[in-house]
Design a protein around this ligand. Sequence first.
Ligand code: NAD
Length: 459
Amino acid sequence: MAEETLIPSGGALAALPTLGREKEHTMEALETQAATPASTAKAMERETNPWEAQAARFDEAARRLQLDPGVWKVLRYPTREIIVHIPVQMDDGRIEVFTGYRVQHSNSRGPCKGGIRYAPDVSLDEVRALASWMTWKCAVVNIPFGGAKGGVICDPKTMSQGELERMTRRYTAELIEFIGPEKDVPAPDMNTNEQTMAWIMDTYSMHMRQTVNAVVTGKPVNLGGSRGRREATGRGVSVVTDQALKHLNMEPAETTAIVQGFGNVGSNSAKLLWEKGYKVIGIGEFDGALYNPRGIDISELLEWKARHGSIHGFAGAEAFDQDELLTTRCDVLIPAATENVITSRNAGALQCRILCEGANGPTTVNADRILAEKGIFVIPDILANAGGVTTSYFEWVQDRMGYFWTEDEVNQRLDRIMIDSFQDVLQYAIAHNVNNRIAAYMLAIDRVAFTTRQRGMYA
Ligand code: NAD
């Protein structure tokens, strides 16, 4: 039974109930204990709340680190949460108002850093969780940034380019005093891309009366973007997968992989693994999947998707059920689409040896325990997908220097950081006898707590 320890409490924090501040999250506290359909649904809702998932891992790691109660309180909650309501003139002349968020979790180690996502189901809890994951992710790979995240509730699939541009520019204008190269540096995330970053950079620059390309990363290369950024997250996923194989005495040529999501992270992970000789046997999308036990030619699939706009109908594999794909036998499973795809409902059926989390938050706390029992080697999101923010850091450095590196230089530096970070997490896990995820959190919290104490509390 979980111990009901109170987290360090007091002051104004106790008066803010929305974040569930009154109790420490224990790993067991998120268990699905319910028997009726209604209570099961409620339990699943809680299990899949990204803020709760983040907080449970944070509390577990903080407890193991015996973190000072004051620093615990500082690091558990975001520094700043901004909500904006964005009026946009639509193409048909109507005015629509979209709600947007920017959450800055920590700037203890440097400017805040984190992507912006556009989706109908964006919520403040999700953005909070993603912002704190960014703090831990930057600390795991030891780059000098804190964490932030942004999101706008909208359905980008139904919006024209003009509507997206006007919404992006107004969202940027609403945040103008909170972002900047030394304050908070946004980047792309789900449904945002290089073009979105170009609009943000231009809007910010217009307000500043000068070109400021270091305000965002993930820009087009000719506007100060970094070579290699587009592929960086997938590249990082492939590098840590290689490291896991070495650790487990496995060979790429004898390794099968299944990738969920064929967007930026998924397609680049699949392509790089396929180029290294892995057999990519399954690709999943939100509306269906592909499967070929002999391996899928990822280069051809990319061409097919570019021509047809989706993976479906590709002759080099059979159509497959997207949910079944996750529980199909493979050596490496890479969820690279969205959150909460591995829960207490399906974790027991997973048949992979390695789970490498390309997406943010794909696995719930309850699923973690099941995966541990099954002996699945997990490469946690805050390590596995950190290649993106690492190359964003390179982009910010290059913008500020005004001197740009070759793709080889970028990739070599990225590979070095990903390999070192994988080893740091693995050694931490061994030394503290914890799983890889808690090791990554402990390593990150330890680093951020150290800087927080070193800087001291202002006023
Ligand atoms: P993306 O929009 O380019 O791609 C997401 C893909 O997943 C799309 O092809 C979409 O159709 C598919 N998808 C969505 N829901 C799905 C579902 N339920 N089942 C199967 N497929 C589904 O986004 P992305 O940039 O590749 O991001 C994917 C994940 O990786 C997100 O969790 C994001 O936060 C995380 N991430 C991205 C980066 C980056 O550099 N882009 C860096 C770190 C983490």
